[in-house]
Design a binder for this molecule. Structure first.
Ligand code: C5P
Length: 210
């Protein structure tokens, strides 16, 4: 069983990269951010508070991994709410349990998130920490929204990226940080194809060793 752990901050390009990698190796892929987003959306839809840990834990336990769909969970308000409930240890315990179960699938899995290499799959076959400067990440998100025909404000997006970083890196339980044995991949100056080739070289080297 092979596990590829991909962590990094918001809008670093983890999602696209992870999907490409899963496709290349024929592995199952789980975007773990969606598990936090689905929990947050369930609370928002039910009109429940975002600061009641017991209620949020119950919603987290009800999340079905098979039904996760980013297009239903991409709203900005859902991302914000997700990062708020992601500070709660009981929510994390519930979701990490489900994520670990997923990581056991054969022939292998790719999980992307914030704490895969440090907490969810500390024994992963390969760990990548994908990052880019906050300016580049904000610009990518801005371009994405414009390309989709929406209206975007770069300054607001930049502020948002910084706030999300602070919350994800500053929380007490499972803060975002590279695992000691993670390979750092800074994509600030790289397109998706170059990032994919760099990731593939690291993964191929690790797979040769097992
Ligand atoms: O990656 P995405 O933006 O969809 O994640 C939404 C939020 O879920 C993140 O800002 C983070 O707070 C939380 N998250 C997490 N651990 C993960 C994945 C996401 O805490 N493994």
């Amino acid at each position: 069983m092979i596990t590829i752990a991909i962590d990094g901050p918001a809008a670093a390009g983890k999602g696209t990269l992870s999907r490409r990698i899963a496709e290349e190796y024929g592995f199952h892929h789980l975007d773990t951010g969606l598990t936090y987003r689905a929990t947050a959306k369930a609370l928002l839809d039910a009109g429940l508070p975002l600061d009641d840990e017991a209620v949020a834990e119950k919603m987290a336990r009800d999340v079905e991994l098979a039904g996760l769909d980013r297009s239903m969970l991409s709203a900005h308000a859902i991302g914000e709410a997700a990062s708020k409930i992601a500070v709660m240890p009981a929510v994390r315990r519930a979701l990490v349990g489900a994520q670990r179960g997923f990581s056991l699938k054969e022939p292998g899995t790719v999980l992307d998130g914030r704490d895969i290499g440090t907490v969810v799959c500390p024994d992963a076959t390969v760990k990548l920490y994908v990052t880019a400067s906050p300016e580049v990440r904000a610009k990518r998100r801005y371009d994405e929204i414009i390309a989709g025909g929406g209206a975007a404000d770069y300054a607001a997006i930049f502020k948002d990226v910084r706030r999300r970083d602070e919350r994800d890196m500053g929380r007490a339980d499972s803060p975002l940080r590279p695992a000691e044995d993670a390979h750092l991949l800074d994509t600030s100056e790289m397109g998706i194809e170059a990032a994919f080739q760099a990731a593939k070289a690291l993964i191929d080297a690790a797979l040769k060793k097992i």
